[in-house]
Design a protein around this ligand. Structure first.
Ligand code: NCD
Ligand code: ZN
Length: 346
């Protein structure tokens, strides 16, 4: 039996939703993770400091008794966002990042940014105070192929924004391409990149071969195998630019298994065993600690967690329920498609 003990991990990109779904999924993340960057794409979105404070209270209420899980709040950047409100919410310690969704890029992104000149004041304020900008790195122009959205975003949006706003600290979230890996790796320490659990495991064949598999559909959409390999290489390399952001994004089955299914994979429950499998297969189990527990806090200028989490490998594969039942309906867990022998020691 092998074991590995890490400082308790954090999730630097998580969707917790609201109401009955929040109550159903919050305990799944709080079981293994100490903190998570909470995505603000509710309906309506979390735009102002006040909205984030109220949402944080709802999250704390949804946690199991005795949980010390800490939600790290974000604000949804709109063309009307007030730089002073952002600065205040950051100064109070409530808000740890601002999230940029290009309008129409993904689930609930209609309030996102169309004209980047309109958010210049906010970006400049963020550069001044060192508040990170988390970006959903996809363009949404209809003439751009969905598999090319990320690469086009880097060249036509991300790099120009960073050049125009020196000092702006940026996280390119849920990187899915070698282009994303190469771009992030070539920058200084004002640039980070998160990688999801599922993008380390699936490529686009998983979604489309042998029938359409809605539970593998997420955004950014999984790319071809060469890109997945580049992500595995980046995540397991020990490079401090890269850290875990699961993008665990629950939708009830009825919203996934339908003619126009929602994007999102649900990995909160079993991310740590899945990552142990991926890192071990890459011969890099020792680098799991950097990816899941150290590189994220270092980027966000927060302390590494004091508690620990131990993973054990056993002969018997681990098992999980196919779905978790929430008050909003059943949510199917991401299926890695291979046996996983790692367990979190309780
Ligand atoms: C996310 C969601 O459902 O909120 N979906 C997804 O596929 N990742 C939105 C997002 O992060 O793009
Ligand atoms: Zn997301």
């Amino acid at each position: 039996m092998s074991t590995i003990t890490l400082p308790r991990p954090d999730d630097w990109h998580l969707h917790l939703r609201d109401g009955a779904m929040l109550e159903g999924v919050a305990p799944e993340t709080a079981r293994d993770f100490a903190r998570a960057i909470i995505m603000p794409n509710l309906v309506p979105p979390v735009v102002r400091g006040d909205d984030a404070a109220a949402y944080r209270e709802r999250i704390l209420k949804a946690l199991p008794e005795g949980s010390d899980f800490e939600p790290l709040m974000t604000l949804y950047l709109t063309e009307k966002t007030d730089p002073q409100d952002v600065a205040q919410a950051a100064a109070s310690g409530l808000v740890k990042a601002v999230k940029l969704y290009p309008a129409g890029a993904t689930t609930n992104s209609d309030s996102g940014v169309r004209d980047f000149d309109k958010v210049r004041g906010v970006l400049e304020k963020m550069a001044e105070i060192g508040l990170p900008l988390c970006v959903h790195g996809e363009v949404t122009r209809p003439e751009v192929d969905i598999f090319d959205r990320e690469a086009v975003f880097i060249e036509t949006v991300l790099d120009p924004i960073r050049r125009k706003t020196p000092g702006l600290r940026v996280v390119m979230e849920h990187i899915t391409t070698k282009d994303g890996v190469d771009y992030v790796a070539a920058q200084g320490d004002d640039m980070g990149g998160t990688i999801t659990t599922h993008h380390l495991i699936i490529n686009r064949n998983h979604i489309l071969v042998g029938g359409i598999k809605p539970h593998y559909y997420c955004l950014p959409v999984a790319k071809r195998e060469t890109h997945r390999l580049a992500l595995v290489e980046a995540a397991t390399s020990g490079n401090p630019h890269f850290f875990l952001g699961t993008d665990s994004a629950p939708h009830v089955d009825a919203a996934k298994e339908t003619a126009c299914g929602c994007a999102g994979c649900f990995t909160a429950t079993h991310t740590m065993p899945l990552l142990a499998h991926v890192f071990e297969a890459a011969g890099a189990l020792d680098n799991l600690e950097g990816f899941a527990s150290r590189n994220g806090p270092n980027f966000y200028r927060l302390p590494v967690n004091e508690g620990t989490l131990t993973l054990e490998k056993t002969d018997q594969p681990n098992t999980w329920p196919a779905k978790i039942e929430t008050g909003a309906g059943p949510v199917t867990l991401f299926d890695p498609g291979f046996p996983v022998h790692w367990h979190v020691k309780r």
